[in-house]
Write a protein that binds this ligand. Structure first.
Ligand SMILES: C[S@@+](CC[C@H](N)C(=O)[O-])C[C@H]1O[C@@H](n2cnc3c(N)ncnc32)[C@H](O)[C@@H]1O
Length: 261
């Protein structure tokens, strides 16, 4: 084994002992490449020197967390999928009535749970809904809680909804409090932590792609157990589940899976 590989294994173990984050459950080549780019840019010769420096320099540790988590998000990411969610599934929930319990898992800076909140509001469901939004990254969730976005991030928000659910401050747009108060943020590591149960809708998009096949397999089981019978799992547009039946899920629409009743 090469020195770099040995150092990477030690790095993984030390990061896990220190933070609980298990890098071994992320795709190795991708993760390694991102971290090597970061430490080289910061002038370190290898993973060991990088780890030692990180333990003395909080900023460097946060930069590492930032690099491993990748917080890119958008309102209405893949708009036609959100349209299906609204036209087919949310309308159905509105017809049935009752409380709607939703979870945006790996919510990053909040665009996803706020997109959902707007759709629920537009369909008269927000008041009876609960939206839990979780992420491993405190920094991203702080931004989500603040709910202020630069103009480039709101370009996919329909004009009518932009006027209704945001206030403009110069080049920034702030989510109105009446919407924000419906989203509850909680820090959570999808790979280690316990999941809440009884969800009508779980949205988990654009994070599975970073995980190993084993980690994904465990997660699908956990998501399935967290859904109510008939509840929906909405995944990212490169993340279809090939054999959903093994998780008691059935395809409901492209990138949507329903927990068997
Ligand atoms: C690319 S963003 C996806 C944001 C949003 N779901 C979307 O599709 O636009 C990936 C998010 O996954 C989070 N993440 C990475 N590993 C995680 C883990 N083990 N547990 C929870 N969140 C994690 C990151 O912090 C980041 O905010």
């Amino acid at each position: 084994m090469e020195l770099e590989d040995r150092e990477f294994l030690t790095f993984i173990k030390r990061v896990k002992d220190y933070s609980g984050i298990d890098l071994a459950q992320y795709k190795e080549a991708q993760m390694k490449r991102r971290l090597i780019t970061l430490y080289t840019k910061r002038g370190f010769a290898g993973f060991t020197a990088f780890y030692d420096a990180m333990m003395k320099d909080r900023e460097l540790y946060y930069e590492f967390l930032d690099r491993m988590t990748i917080n890119v998000s958008e309102f209405w990411r893949n708009p036609n999928r959100w349209e299906v969610l609204e036209k087919k599934f949310i309308t159905e929930m509105a017809r049935t009535g009752g409380r709607v319990k939703c979870w945006s898992a790996a919510c990053s800076t909040g665009e996803e749970p706020y997109t959902l909140a707007m759709i629920l509001a537009e369909n008269g469901l927000l008041e009876q809904s609960q939206i839990i939004a979780t992420d491993i990254d405190d920094g991203a969730m702080d931004k989500a809680k603040t709910g202020v976005y630069p103009d480039r991030s709101i370009r996919d928000v329909p004009d009518r909804l932009l006027k209704k659910y945001f206030t403009q401050q110069d080049a920034h747009f702030r989510i109105v409090d009446s919407l924000k108060k419906h989203v509850i943020y909680k820090k959570q590591n999808l790979l280690n932590d316990m999941f809440d149960v009884g969800f009508d809708l779980i949205i988990c998009r654009n994070v599975m792609i970073y995980f190993t096949e084993d980690a994904k397999h465990n997660l699908y089981h956990k998501f399935s157990r967290s859904l109510k019978p008939g509840g929906l799992l909405f995944v990212g547009s490169t993340e279809q589940i090939f054999t959903p039946g093994q998780y008691e899920l059935e395809p409901a629409e492209t990138f949507f899976y329903r927990k068997k009743r």
